[in-house]
Design a protein around this ligand. Structure first.
Ligand SMILES: O=C(O)CCC(=O)C(=O)O
Ligand SMILES: [Fe+2]
Length: 320
């Protein structure tokens, strides 16, 4: 897989989204657009959205009352080929119910990273039931996290691969919130075991050519080339890097029918489980990505925001 050669970063200028008011959630990551109706995007806006997602990681749109189930599915289909969650065999096609009374989304993760060929690329999550308080979702840039590391460690990490196993999150005690069935049974029905995959530890973004950490606490079990103890130590080091990265993470306070769209190539996210015992319910449509790959040769045509002097100064005051 080669990366796209015609990439031009929006660097704050949001192409066909420039007509909308943009609220930056942090300097380097996460943007909310006001006044967009996601059912009315032009083909140009769909293409630009992919580039904006490559650059900003996650984008938010409030008040998407028009994005009813069928439009939600249609929007997914415009961004890519639908990815159907392997545990999901229900009647709602590619809609995945992301209801988080359970603990399955409470660890940082990249969606369905345990899929060997086509993990999730874009996820479109719409929140349709809110708790009276709490229930935010957090996103972090696994790309900015990567660029906090020393060049030596980056180079070493790029030689490694890791195993991702759905059993880690969907194992013994997790039940599918929609069907109430045990995930283990659902995965087990026609599969010999929970799905798992081996992917490069550092993943290249096909649009920007930039690198990101592609191991996550939710699904990654081990680094293949290392001993158990080395693997645990290095994985924990990387998980803690993501955990402590307030300078490259954002937190979204949901409102009814708000929508978040994110690019799972270079971001991770987690539900913040502070709203129990109340309910919260969201629906997610996702698309398939390319098979994760590492390409160390590609240099981005234009510097990203984090390659600027500003990001260097952010690094100086946020060492890891
Ligand atoms: O419920 C949330 O806040 C996040 C759920 C989630 O991880 C997902 O929809 O992919
Ligand atoms: Fe998720």
């Amino acid at each position: 897989m080669t990366v796209s050669q015609d990439y031009r970063p929006p660097t704050g200028e949001y192409r066909s989204f420039s007509q909308y008011k943009a609220i930056e959630y942090s300097a380097y990551f996460g943007t909310e657009f006001e006044g967009v109706d996601l059912t009315q995007l032009t083909d140009q806006q769909i293409e630009d959205l992919k580039v904006i997602l490559a650059e900003r990681g996650v984008v938010f749109f409030r008040g998407q009352d028009n994005l009813v189930e069928e439009k939600h599915i249609e929007l997914g289909g415009r961004l890519g080929e639908h990815h159907v969650h392997p545990s999901w065999k229900g009647p709602r096609g590619p809609i995945f119910v992301a209801e988080t009374r359970q603990s399955w989304a409470n660890h940082w993760h990249s969606d369905v990273s345990f899929d060997q060929e086509t993990p999730v690329k874009y996820s479109i999550l719409k929140m349709e039931q809110l708790p009276p308080a709490g229930g935010d979702t957090a996103w972090a840039s696994a790309e900015l996290a990567y660029y906090k590391l020393s060049p030596s460690l980056r180079a070493y990490l790029s030689t490694l691969t890791a195993e991702h196993d759905s059993a880690l999150t969907f194992g013994a005690n997790s039940s599918n919130p929609h069907t109430g069935n045990d995930f283990k049974e659902e995965f087990g029905k026609d599969k010999p075991r929970f799905p798992r995959a081996i992917h490069p530890v550092i993943r290249t973004h096909p649009i920007t050519g930039r690198q990101a950490i592609f191991v996550n606490r939710g699904f990654t079990t081990r680094i293949v080339e290392l001993t158990k103890s080395e693997s645990e130590t290095l994985l924990n080091f990387l998980y803690n890097l993501i955990d402590r990265g307030q300078e490259f993470s954002v937190r979204f306070r949901w409102s009814l029918n708000a929508v978040a769209i994110w690019d799972n190539t270079q971001t991770q996210h987690k539900a913040i489980g502070d709203f129990l015992p109340n309910d919260r319910k969201g629906f997610r449509v996702s698309t398939k990505s390319e098979k994760p790959f590492f390409d160390g040769e590609r240099k981005a045509a234009y510097p990203a925001l984090y390659e600027t002097e500003g990001w260097q100064r952010v690094l100086d005051i946020n060492p890891y």
